[in-house]
Ligand binder design. Structure first.
Ligand code: ZN
Length: 502
């Protein structure tokens, strides 16, 4: 695939690490999909051991020396892709060497255990069960921020691990005005909403829903020869190689969109992974640009396409055929507003797209305060519920419907939530560019021909891997740096509010 070049040895070293990484990811996938709860501690120990070994390979002298040698080459010795490869791996290594191996083992063990404790605590609706391990995980994340280093806030160091260069003050700069627009917009749209998602309830068997998900994923361009679909508590996607990018979903037998929406979301992630250049497996050039760019792919499919009229012009007759009850009695013009009911609700993953970013901003503000030490774990449920009242006007009835609903903090993912909102903002900006470049895109989508859309993403996003940093990739793809106006304009257009961009 690649001619012998200056980066051949580096690529070989990175592939060895990538294979170990794939094995770790497979064990994590198994933990979520198949493993019995009684195996949790043994699995935590296995993952801690393998992660420590992975970390040793990453910080090994041989790799450091090779990167140093490549960084020292004269200008012009490397082409643009190779230059980006060296820049990105040097960035990763500089961060990795700051984390002691024993620390990596400790945080891996705590978060693996944390996920199991969280599952039990959520099922029991008992925050106190989760609080001690959450305190431990927050302390470990503060310790991590100290190792990585930061200027203003320890939260900066954690954000940077998901979205290179992102800082707490930039998050505030984007989120605060967005919050101030979304709170009244949500009230306004919800007040005019009469259709109800519950009008679409029926009895939809698990197997038939999984089949619908498989059919839609296949139409989207997902290859089942290079992945699979399974069930898990919290839907996710994971990839071991572009030829093995897996997705999970969950089923609600009354509400078909819980499964299909999650499946389209995760398929969007997996299409990105299947679209990464396999020849660059193991190197940053074969990896997704960032967590936020990843989320832009999933949200594009789930929301911008999956909730649109053109998408359902093809799939609604199919839904009516598969489920005559209740859909034979509901026409497309009744179905769409019901599917897109806008109403403040408790669960982020079931939220409409107007509310969704407010769920994220709430979490981002709380996790920043937890990491900066201005909020204690003991006060977290109260703080959650107070913000929920402020943003959505609702009283949270239980911790299971509130602070315990998400897996992320139990995994140690502090700094991850903001990338969800960024993903939405990116997706709206990318969509504006797609429509400009492909004026017939709605007609294609109405025929279930997603090749033009996927092809645009492959060409402007997927094939680059991490050649460009997220901000530059977005600018190259859309001709403009991040502009949240595209997102609010998109919401106003879809929900029939007067456009502010005119
Ligand atoms: Zn996602």
């Amino acid at each position: 695939m690649y001619m012998e070049s200056q980066t051949t040895h580096l690529r070989e070293l990175l592939q060895e690490i990538a294979h170990l990484n794939a094995a770790i990811a497979l064990l994590n996938w198994d933990q979520e999909v198949f493993m019995s709860p009684g195996s949790a501690q043994a699995r935590a120990n296995t993952l801690a051991s393998l992660s420590a070994r992975h970390h040793e390979l990453v910080i090994a002298t041989v790799l450091q020396n090779e990167v140093t040698r490549l960084e020292g080459l004269p200008d012009g010795a490397l082409d643009a892709r190779e230059t980006a490869l060296v820049r990105e791996i040097a960035h990763d290594l500089r961060l990795a060497v700051k984390l002691p191996t024993e620390f990596v083992a400790r945080i891996t063990e705590a978060t693996s255990r944390g996920q199991m404790v969280w599952q039990a605590a959520r099922a029991a609706n008992d925050f106190n069960q989760f609080a001690p391990v959450l305190e431990e995980i927050i302390a470990l994340n503060r310790e991590k921020a100290e190792y990585l280093g930061f200027t203003n806030s320890p939260y900066d160091a954690l954000l940077d691990t998901f979205e290179t260069g992102l800082t707490s003050s930039e998050v505030t700069k984007v989120f605060t005005p967005l919050k101030e627009r979304l709170i009244p917009l949500l009230k306004q749209i919800a007040a005019r909403t009469t259709a109800k998602r519950s009008d679409l309830e029926g009895n939809f068997s698990k197997e038939s829903q999984l089949q619908l998900s498989r059919d839609v994923a296949t139409a989207m361009g997902y290859s089942f020869d290079h992945g699979r679909l399974d069930l898990s508590t919290h839907p996710f996607s994971t990839s071991f190689h572009p030829t093995d990018a897996r997705i999970t979903t969950r089923v609600d037998e009354q509400d078909f969109w819980v499964c299909l929406g999650a499946s389209m979301h995760e398929t969007g992630h997996a299409l990105y992974e299947q679209g990464l250049p396999a020849a660059d497996f193991g190197s940053p050039l074969g990896e997704a640009a960032s967590t936020g760019i990843h989320e832009s792919q999933s949200r594009s499919w789930e929301n911008i396409i999956g909730r649109s009229k053109p998408f359902w012009e093809h799939w609604y007759p199919e839904l009516q055929r598969r489920y005559p009850e209740p859909f034979a009695h509901i026409n497309l013009d009744q179905f769409l507003p019901a599917l897109n009911e806008v109403r403040p609700s408790f669960i982020r993953v079931e939220a409409d797209e107007v509310s969704y970013n407010l769920h994220i901003i709430l979490r981002a503000e709380l996790e920043r305060d937890l990491i900066e030490g201005t909020l204690n774990v003991a006060d977290l449920p109260k703080a959650w519920n107070a913000k929920f009242k402020e943003f959505f006007g609702l009283d949270v009835p239980s911790d299971a419907l509130g602070v315990l609903q998400d897996v992320h903090w139990s995994c140690g993912y502090f700094g991850y939530f903001p990338t969800y909102a960024l993903g939405n903002l990116y997706s709206a900006q990318l969509w504006a560019a797609v429509r400009r470049d492909i004026p017939t895109i709605d007609t294609s989508i109405a025929k279930a021909d997603y090749a033009p859309f996927l092809g645009w993403m492959r060409e402007h996003i997927h094939r680059y891997g991490r050649q460009y940093r997220p901000a530059e990739l977005l600018t190259r793809a859309t001709g403009e740096s991040l502009n949240p106006e595209y997102f609010t304009a998109y919401l106003q257009e879809r929900y029939g509010m007067s456009a502010s961009t005119e």
